[in-house]
Design a protein around this ligand. Sequence first.
Ligand SMILES: Cc1cc2nc3c(=O)[nH]c(=O)nc-3n(C[C@H](O)[C@H](O)[C@H](O)COP(=O)(O)OP(=O)(O)OC[C@H]3O[C@@H](n4cnc5c(N)ncnc54)[C@H](O)[C@@H]3O)c2cc1C
Length: 407
Amino acid sequence: MGFAELKEAVLSPGLCASCGVCELACPQGLISFDGLLPAIAGEAEDAPCGSCRDCFLVCPGKHPETNAAEMRLFGRGRTKEERWFGVMQGVYGGRSTDPETYRRSASGGSATTLLREAARQLALDWVLVMGREPARPWRSAPAICTDFDRLADYAQSTYQLAPYLGALRGVLLDERPLRGAMSGIACQVQGIRKLQGLDSAIGERARERVAFIVEIGCSSSTKPEGTASMITERLGTELSAVHSIHYREGEYPGQIVVRTIHGKRHEIAFWEAVRHFKDNKTHRCLSCGDWMSGLADVSISDGDPNIFQASQGVTGIEKHGRVFVRTERGRQVLEEAVVQGEMECWPIELTGLNLGLERKRNRRAYYEGSGLPLSDGPIAGFREEREVVDDEQFIPDLAPSPERKDS
Ligand SMILES: Cc1cc2nc3c(=O)[nH]c(=O)nc-3n(C[C@H](O)[C@H](O)[C@H](O)COP(=O)(O)OP(=O)(O)OC[C@H]3O[C@@H](n4cnc5c(N)ncnc54)[C@H](O)[C@@H]3O)c2cc1C
C-alpha cells in the first residue's frame, strides 16, 4: 500500500518522471525528493505509510490516464489522428507584443504572456513557473511567482528536470482560497490533472485552485548532471562560480549562456548542448509517449520546426511559437490577450512537424517494440507504426553551408 506500491510499480522500473505530484498529494506530507526521486520520511520505505494510496493514484509515471482527463475536460477522448497533438480548438502562430517579454522568451513569449494574462483576467494569486535554486543557480527549481510583472524573469525553456509540483503544497494548503496558474511539461500537466480527479482533500483544492495551465511542448528533458558536466567539462567552470544559466538567450533560437560570479559570460550553441544532453536522460523521459499531454488550457511549442538547424546558423524562421488552444477558458484568455494588444496571433497549418516531435515518435516506436517498462500512451492499445531509425539521424552534424551565418 501507499509509497511501497509507488516504489514497486513506478520507481523500480525507472518510470518516475520527477513531476513531484506525489509530494503534493501525500495527505501526511511524508514525501520529499532526494534528487530526482521521491523518498518517504520516517518509517522504512517498504512499510505501509498509511491507509491511502494517493501518491500512487496520482502518479503519471506509469499511467498518465489521459483518456479519463480528456473525458472530464472535453467530453471525449482523442482520435488516432489526434494521437500526438491531442484535442484542440485550433492552432495559431503567436508571440508577445511586449518587447521585453519577446526578447527574454524562448519562442516569442506566448507562454509568459498567457500566464500573465490569465493571472490578470481571472484575478489569480500565484503562478507556478520554472526557476533556479537560489544557492545553486545552475540547478532548476520551481518558483511561485506572485509579482506578475516579473514573470519574464522565468521565461525561456529550462532543459533540466526538477521535482516541480510539490511547490504547490503551500498555496493549496493555505487557509486562504489562493487560486493560480502554472506552466508545465506533459508529465507535470498529467500529474496535476490526475490530482484534480482524485477524491481527496488536496484533490479538491487542486480542482478549485489550479485555474489555468499553459503547457510547454517537450521532446525530453535532461538530468541536472547534463547541465553540470556541460559547465565543468565544456566550459571549464566550477559549478560554485555559476551566477546564472539561460538556455535560450540571444538571437532565435538562442544559445546556452552561463554567467559567472567573476563577471565572465560563456556561450554554448544550442545544437551542441542538445548533443551533450543526449547522454544525460532518464529512461522515463526517453521512452515518454507524449510531446504534449494535451490536457492544458493552451499548449505551446516552438514555431520553427527545426531549431536545432536554426541554431547552426542556417537561416531560420522569425521567432514565434505554435499555440494550441484546447479549452474554452484557454480560448477566452488568448482572445482577450489579443484584444488588449498583449499578443499577436495568426492561424497556421500544422505542416512540417517538429524535429523534437519526430525524434520523440521515433524513440517511442523503438520503446514500444523493446519490451521494456513504459508509460501508457494516450490511446489504449495504440502502437506507433513506423520504421525506427537511429536517434543520431535526427541530430546530424550539419556541414557548414553558404547559408550558414558567421558564428
Ligand atoms: C525540456 C523542454 C523540451 C522542449 N522540447 C521542444 C521540442 O522538441 N519542440 C518544440 O517545438 N518545443 C519544445 N519545447 C518548448 C519550447 O522550447 C518553448 O518553451 C515553447 O515554445 C514556449 O515558448 P514561449 O516563448 O512561448 O515561452 P516563454 O515565454 O519563454 O515561457 C516559458 C515558460 O515555461 C516555463 N518553463 C520552462 N521550462 C520549464 C520546465 N522544464 N518545466 C516547467 N515549466 C517550464 C517557464 O518558467 C516559463 O514560464 C521544449 C521545452 C522544454 C522545457
